[in-house]
Design a binder for this molecule. Structure first.
Ligand code: FE
Ligand code: FE
Ligand code: FE
Length: 163
């Protein structure tokens, strides 16, 4: 990893971290769609897959603004969240319990994204990058909406079906 000396370096590093993460998430979502038992959960994952493609494009636009190559840097945290999710799903046989577990896993992903994008918005503003801040805020709003939608789905249907 290149040395991180300034807030600018830290911003770029974190941008690369979330760029890597989004691409891992984009690969994981079709598998989650296939495993989802509830049609609503499948639709929620499908919708977020589309949003994730747009989020990756936003990050590429920000790299362009910064005149830096769009390159990811391995995120141990996202790799860990995704591999923990995969091994848990292998343990679950009941499809309804599986849905409850998958929502919990997906929310761990969303919460990681929310913390990263929240920080990136604040740093972009501090660094005088209002256009980047605006794009990052759009993604942050999508992640928060996804998290809320998953909570509603769990509390209104999936948890009851699993119980
Ligand atoms: Fe995302
Ligand atoms: Fe990370
Ligand atoms: Fe997300």
């Amino acid at each position: 990893m290149a040395a991180v000396r300034t807030l600018n370096d830290l911003f770029l590093h974190t941008l690369k971290d979330i760029y890597y993460s989004e691409r891992q998430i984009l690969r994981a979502l079709p598998k989650m769609m296939k495993k989802a038992n509830s049609p609503e959960l499948r639709e929620a994952f499908e919708m977020h897959r589309g949003e994730t493609e747009g989020q990756i494009e936003r990050l590429q636009r920000i790299f362009e603004m910064l005149q830096k190559p769009a390159r990811g840097v391995k995120c141990e945290a996202m790799d860990g969240i995704l591999s923990e999710a995969e091994s848990l799903m292998e343990e679950i046989e009941d499809p309804e319990v599986g849905d409850a577990g998958m929502i919990a896993n997906a929310q761990a992903v969303e919460h990681y994204e929310i913390t990263r994008y929240g920080t990136l918005v604040a740093w972009a503003e501090e660094l005088g990058l209002p256009d980047a801040a605006k794009l990052l805020q759009e993604t942050l709003d999508e992640e928060k909406n996804t998290d809320r939608k998953l909570s509603d789905l769990a509390e209104q249907r999936v948890n009851k079906a699993a119980a």
